[in-house]
Design a protein around this ligand. Structure first.
Ligand SMILES: C[S@@+](CC[C@H](N)C(=O)[O-])C[C@H]1O[C@@H](n2cnc3c(N)ncnc32)[C@H](O)[C@@H]1O
Length: 235
């Protein structure tokens, strides 16, 4: 262990995530300690929302405070009432390490579904457990995710800085939209770009050929948010 390596002691239980087992936990302790003398919310009319285990032991999850002590299903159901008609797809033919970041950002923006295209396995660490509250769908190939978009009335927009792409900074993104990202190295496949209504690029000014796919996804998702989201409903 060196100075930059935190001492995490024992390994986390398999069902716990990286933000739930540090020495400086966020969140709240057991309900009885936080609200002395107040009956548990599980005894009230909305009791189904509450997780008896979290009420008893505390809630250290990576969730906003409005969801403290809620069951996972209740959190997902609540986000479902205000998910955006924005879908994200990322090609994963070579095991892209950015998918966790993409999933976490998609969760933050209440994206409808993240579509993983190609390999089913992906590195969940960067997701910081947010994948538990985000709809995910796997597609074996690009044709399958394009077919899904057509069936669901979503306009496919590929995101890459390839010749012929249009600056993201100048376009109005479709409201019912599937943003499709490539992976480190090859970028978005030709098949995806051919099927997309357009390919958009993020303006760059330095020497690097591209930005990290997770960063590109964050920029593009936020562009959609600025154009279509109701900011009055953000936290
Ligand atoms: C590292 S890049 C891929 C390689 C890149 N096409 C190249 O020629 O080096 C991985 C993915 O990030 C996204 N990306 C990175 N930089 C981008 C940019 N400036 N504009 C749009 N998308 C970008 C795209 O989805 C791309 O497929």
């Amino acid at each position: 262990m060196n100075e930059t390596t935190p001492d995490r002691g024992t390994e986390p239980a398999p069902d716990r995530g990286p933000t739930e087992w540090s020495d400086h936990p966020v969140g709240v302790g057991p309900w009885a300690e936080e609200h002395p003398g107040v009956p548990s919310p599980s005894e009230g009319p909305d009791g189904d929302r509450y997780d008896p285990d979290l009420l008893e032991h505390g809630d250290r999850r990576n969730v906003v405070d409005a969801y403290r002590y809620w069951t996972r299903d209740a959190v997902v159901a609540d986000i479902d009432t205000r998910r955006h008609p924005l879908h994200i797809a990322i090609e994963n033919f070579e095991n892209d390490s950015n998918i966790g970041t993409v999933v976490r950002t998609a969760n933050a923006f209440a994206v409808d579904t993240v579509h993983i295209v190609g390999r089913r396995r992906w590195n969940r660490r960067g997701a910081m457990v947010t994948d538990r509250y985000q709809h995910l769908m796997h597609h074996p190939d690009t044709a399958s995710v394009i077919a899904y978009a057509r069936e669901h009335g979503l306009t496919v927009v590929a995101v890459d800085n390839t010749p012929g792409s249009v600056p993201l900074e100048t376009v109005r993104l479709p409201e019912r939209c599937l943003l499709l990202f490539g992976q480190e190295g090859p970028g978005v496949t030709e098949e995806a770009q051919d099927a997309a209504s357009m390919t958009v690029s993020i303006a760059q000014f330095g020497s690097t050929r591209s930005v990290n796919a997770g960063v590109a996804a964050g920029i593009a998702m936020h562009t959609w948010i600025r154009q279509h989201a109701d900011l009055g409903r953000s936290w």
